[in-house]
Write a protein that binds this ligand. Sequence first.
Ligand SMILES: *Cc1c(COP(=O)(O)O)cnc(C)c1O
Length: 365
Amino acid sequence: MIYLAQPQVGSEEKKALAKVVDSRVLASGREVSEFEALFAAYLGLKPSQAVASSNGTTSLHAALAPLGLKKGDEVLTTPFTFIATSNSVLHAGAKPVFADVDPETWNLSPQAVRKVLDKRGRKVKAILAVHLFGHPADVHALGDLCKKKGLALVEDCAQAHGAAGGERRVGSFGRTASFSFYATKNLPCGEGGMVLAHSEKEAAFIRSFVNHGRGPTGHEVVGYNYRLNNLAAAVGLCQLKKLEKLNQARRRNAALYQRLLRDVPGLTLPVERSGYHHVYHQFTVLAPDRDALSAELRKRGVDSKPFYPRVIPQEPCYKAMGYGRESYPVAENATAHCLSLPVHPGVSEKQVRFIATAIREILAK
Ligand SMILES: *Cc1c(COP(=O)(O)O)cnc(C)c1O
């Protein structure tokens, strides 16, 4: 089976883990601090601006925490993402509202965002942008919009470690940003996350928030235990060193898919918009009958999945909250036809060729 995801871990990670075990410091320690510092540096930020957390969902909650959202406040986000994105808005005590996506990048469409902002007025306090599948959201237009309207831009970078808009890596654009290091992401450490904050004050607040609200005078806010542990951080440090190389392998596989699948009728391929650096967390195509294509690929030993099969407002738990009556035509079309193909660094050139040939054969039938 050619899997959709497979962390590239081995002897270096084993050695790093053994070192943590030998040190007997299993919870927060040197590895966590070093991971924070080096990850911040990778994004061009200072060590104090990064706070490690237990996963990408807790880091999203922590990234929203300094905004001081209250009941009735709204956060605008994309309906075409992993459910943790909008759930984190609910965890932070606010209400997620959605705007449709761009037909090429499947990220928040600035025009659609403008329309929703005009309609919702001052209830919206922040835009939570996702860099879906590793392609940066339109950080420039969304950033300008936030500045003009006095909103906070928060980035969900769970799928976009190393992606960039212009000269800057994602995670450095927003007032705060969140990463996930879940086992299938571009930078995996099992379970883990990282919060970035632009202001030192907000970074300090987040550091306290993920650690029971601890501060100089005692427990200053009712916080959480969202800490990362030293074992995960040790793996994260190994993976951070390899991130650029691993992303390059993803980009090589994606470029080969592009070459081999360019002229297949009915198939829509992902794009890399000029001025952006795509890191291909997923290589997602739109196909006429994606369920049939996926089933046929499975028969040939190729794993593929529809990321994502439903827009968030159509998920049962959102429908139960009264969502699901509005429509998001571009996002809904994507959910109906999307299929993600194996593109991770463990997929060889030969395997990409095999998968592309299989797709051609299946779609020609
Ligand atoms: C994976 C992911 C998350 C959540 O990260 P976890 O570490 O699994 O909690 C949030 N947002 C997006 C877009 C993701 O892909």
